[in-house]
Design a binder for this molecule. Structure first.
Ligand SMILES: Cc1cc2nc3c(=O)[nH]c(=O)nc-3n(C[C@H](O)[C@H](O)[C@H](O)COP(=O)(O)OP(=O)(O)OC[C@H]3O[C@@H](n4cnc5c(N)ncnc54)[C@H](O)[C@@H]3O)c2cc1C
Length: 380
């Protein structure tokens, strides 16, 4: 394994860092407080090539590798995890899935605009009764010849209102169980498609999470991704890559909290010296740095395997499982290092602590990652 970063990868990381500092940091506290989606900032992310990072330039993307994606996700997540989840869903779950499994017409019609960030995409698998057990889809897509009649409800959809294009998993033939599920491209504005309520969340409050309702929505057959019944495999395959994005988000939340903690520890005085001179604080920082480095290596390894077109499903599950735990632990300790100041909004670490929690839940909970990892270990 080689983790020496190329000049191009370093330039991507620096560009993401500058963007996050200059454009995301101002206003991040207010956006969190008022649950405001970072629309202008996401538009800029599109212009900078962060919304379709791994997509071939012929479809409007930046043509970068997954390692660069990890680096950019870390930098953006250090400052604003609400912006980075929008980026992760658009890159990993929507653009990547369309580029790999969509047909040429779908790529021309949807992918080119999604990859440039001109429009945003959403990935719609979860339902009120189907989360970890995603095979229990109750949304139906009845085959009506040249279109599907879509009915049902999706829950917790990231970019739920800001998206223009939604990839929706729905059951066409229940007798075939998960092999009867299809992945359909649904456009905002299709008759019978209603964006439901916005969730009032603990963290990533700038991200717009909505339920979606479909009532007799006619989705043309041309909008089905892959063959009939491919929807569940499509969802599982894209989620494998999505986990690299969320693992990198967790990594960024953790490293952002550590950077703030180091700066604060040097500046804050207690008992006649900076708290950084107290060994108890030094040891917290040492643990943070060690665990963050391990999380980073797991993220880079999963990305490298993906770039090498090797099987990365176990590696991405390990990266997400570990990095999300590191994010949770590091942010709790960051609040502790900040003392009372850590408990108020101005110092950012309380937001990072709230944002960290979701990384253990979405795109497969930590328990589900353990199922994926152990299944891989035991399969032979
Ligand atoms: C802010 C936010 C954004 C989201 N964005 C999206 C999105 O864009 N698209 C989308 O489709 N979904 C999205 N989700 C949904 C998310 O992926 C699910 O919440 C997640 O998969 C868990 O499903 P659930 O909430 O139904 O929990 P459940 O599946 O009901 O799980 C409850 C608990 O039981 C545990 N559990 C369940 N099954 C097992 C088992 N077999 N073994 C051991 N433990 C188990 C879980 O780990 C968890 O601790 C989002 C969720 C949130 C909160």
């Amino acid at each position: 394994m080689k983790f020496d970063l190329t000049e191009e990868q370093l330039a991507v990381r620096d560009a993401a860092r500058d963007f996050a500092q200059n454009e995301l940091l101002p206003g991040v506290i207010e956006r969190d407080e008022h649950q405001k989606f970072p629309a202008e900032q996401v538009k800029m992310m599109g212009e900078l090539g962060f919304m379709g990072m791994m997509v071939d330039p012929k479809y409007g993307g930046s043509g970068m590798d997954s390692v660069s994606y990890v680096l950019a996700m870390e930098e953006i997540s250090k400052i604003d995890a609400s912006a980075s989840v929008c980026m992760s869903v658009n890159n990993s779950l929507v653009c990547w899935g369309l580029e790999k499994y969509g047909n040429e017409e779908q790529k021309q019609k949807y992918l080119t605009r999604l990859a440039k960030g001109e429009i945003i995409g959403a990935f719609c698998l979860s339902e009120p009764e189907a989360g970890s057990d995603a095979t229990s889809q109750r949304t139906t897509a009845e085959d009506k010849g040249d279109y599907y009649l879509l009915n049902g409800t999706k829950n917790w959809i990231t970019n739920g209102n800001s998206a223009s294009v939604y990839i929706v998993m729905a059951q066409t033939d229940a007798s075939k169980a998960h092999k009867g599920i299809n992945a359909l491209i649904v456009e905002k504005g299709m008759e019978g498609f209603v964006v439901g309520k916005k969730e009032n969340k603990l963290g990533i409050r700038g991200s717009d999470t909505h339920s979606l309702m479909f009532q007799d929505v006619k989705v043309p057959k041309a909008n089905r991704i892959g063959d009939d019944g491919f929807g569940f495999s499509f969802a599982m395959s894209t989620l494998n890559g999505g986990r690299i994005g969320i693992a990198s988000q967790a990594l960024g939340i953790a490293s952002g909290a550590m950077e703030l903690s180091i700066a604060y520890a040097k500046e804050r005085k207690a008992f006649g010296k900076s708290i950084a001179e107290h060994q108890a604080i030094q040891f917290k920082l040492a643990d943070m740095a060690t665990e963050i480095e391990a999380a980073r290596l797991l993220c880079l390894r999963a990305a490298q395997l993906k770039d090498q077109k090797a099987d990365f499903s176990q590696a991405s599950a390990m990266a997400k499982l570990f990095a999300s735990d590191v994010a949770m632990k590091t942010t709790v300790e960051a609040v502790q290092i900040h003392g009372g100041y850590g408990y108020v909004k101005e110092y950012h670490v309380e937001r990072l602590m709230r944002d960290a929690k979701i990384t253990q839940i979405y795109e497969g909970t930590s328990e589900i990652q353990k199922i994926v990892i152990s299944r891989g270990l035991l399969k032979n």
